[in-house]
Design a protein around this ligand. Structure first.
Ligand code: NAD
Ligand code: DAU
Length: 358
């Protein structure tokens, strides 16, 4: 087994690519990056690593058994971090099939291939190996205003095809530890934001639309609440769990930063008003438009991250104020990246999702 080699799946997506950059900043790590390059995966996110010998990119599907087994045999990783997923709730409502295929069948396939690989390792290597599954707070369902935040023992109550598919994969991970002893770790994280997020999710969509001076669509009345975490804090949390988390355990990760969607959008507008003012005196906030709600829209998510804080000493370094400022600045200075990812069939998704809401 190569003790410094990590197999990262989904490492061309938003969080995965941030994580790969993070890992490679630490000296000895070698990252084998397996990604199918769906609409959400973008090799441009990894462009700066094209000359880095410690980054090995492989285009492929986690649901392909022989390819995954061959990759494990070839690279002998000491850890696997599974980011690969279909991740957008709205797309899971209009087309759930891909979510079942990748999030459930793909995760199962990865676990099955990993178990075989792990069983064949020498005893000392088996003790060190880890399989870390990256999951979401959405598996716990929806909170009302006065409810306490989700803990690791909150019962699962997924409400969308996306969260149901992630819940299924979490259960498979749990079963592979309980039944076969595979040294798994599961992390359930709140909403991430930051560089390289595809502009179909709220924060990059609003920045993108604002700069184009088109409507900023807010589902329902904008009072739904999310707990926002800057992506590099999530990456640091995953590295902490990988290094020191206890096999078989679940760790919740959150930003301790609950905001209504309307607050988030108004904050972005006021930052843009300072950094990229519109012609005339109008604020970007005048583009805010309330549209038909998301079916089954979860009211509120909130994470109690005391377990990871107390066991592993992790806590977020960014506040929402500092993180959102950096994020808006990143999108302003990466117009070519935005242009590139919004060419192709981006427009047809916008029409599918927003056409019927107007
Ligand atoms: P993303 O949609 O930006 O990226 C997903 C990546 O997975 C893409 O690069 C895509 O090409 C790849 N992929 C999809 N299907 C694949 C397959 N079958 N085989 C190999 N690669 C495949 O997602 P993200 O927002 O970066 O989320 C990454 C992970 O973190 C997901 O598992 C998601 O459930 C979880 N998560 C996301 C958030 C969030 O706020 N974005 C919060 C908590 C947890
Ligand atoms: O909580 C973690 C989850 O966060 C992750 O597991 C998901 O992969 C990730 O996509 C995210 O899910 P959300 O559905 O919370 O994120 P999204 O950015 O799609 O929406 C955030 C909130 O903003 C949600 O209440 C819906 C609302 N929204 C979203 C869009 C795209 C709008 O009001 N208008 C929009 O146009």
């Amino acid at each position: 087994m190569n003790k410094h080699t990590i197999l990262v799946t989904g490492g061309a997506g938003f969080i995965g690519s941030n994580f790969v950059h993070h890992c490679l900043m630490e000296n000895d790590n070698v990252v084998v990056n397996l990604d199918k390059l769906t609409y959400a995966g973008n090799y441009d996110n990894l462009r700066q690593l094209s000359q880095n010998a410690n980054h090995i990119f492989v285009r492929g599907d986690i649901a392909d058994p022989s390819m995954v087994s061959a990759l494990l045999e070839e690279h002998q990783p000491a850890a696997i971090v599974n980011f690969a997923a279909e991740s957008h709730v709205d797309r899971s409502i209009t087309g759930p099939d891909d979510f079942i295929q990748t999030n459930v069948v793909g995760s199962f396939n990865l676990l099955a291939a990993t178990l075989k690989y792990w069983n064949d390792l020498p005893t000392a290597d088996r003790a060190i190996f880890r399989f870390l599954h990256v999951s979401t707070d959405e598996v716990y369902g929806s909170l009302n205003e006065a409810d306490p935040a989700f803990t690791e023992t909150t019962p699962y109550a997924p409400n969308s095809p996306y969260s149901a598919s992630k819940a299924a994969s979490d259960h498979l991970v749990r079963a592979y530890h309980h039944t076969y002893g595979l040294p798994t770790l599961t992390t359930n994280c709140s909403n991430n934001y930051g560089p390289y997020q595809f502009p179909e999710k709220l924060i990059p969509l609003v920045i993108h639309n604002a700069l184009k001076e088109v409507d900023l669509p807010i589902y329902g009345d904008g009072s739904n609440v999310r707990d926002w975490l800057y992506v590099s804090d999530h990456c640091r949390a995953i590295l902490a769990v990988l290094a020191s988390g206890r096999p078989g355990e679940v760790y919740n990760i959150g930003g301790n930063s609950e905001k209504t969607n309307l607050e988030v959008v108004r904050t972005i507008c006021s930052i843009l008003d300072q950094l990229a003012p519109r012609a005339g005196d109008a604020s970007y906030a005048s583009l805010i438009t309330f549209v038909a709600d998301r079916p089954g829209h979860d009211r509120r998510y909130a994470i109690d991250a005391s377990k990871i804080r107390m066991e592993l000493g992790w806590h977020p370094q960014e506040t929402f104020a500092s993180g959102i400022h950096k994020t808006v600045q990143w999108y302003l200075s990466h117009a070519a990246w935005v242009e590139n990812v919004t060419s192709g069939n981006y427009q047809s998704w916008i029409e599918t999702n927003y056409g019927a809401r107007r």
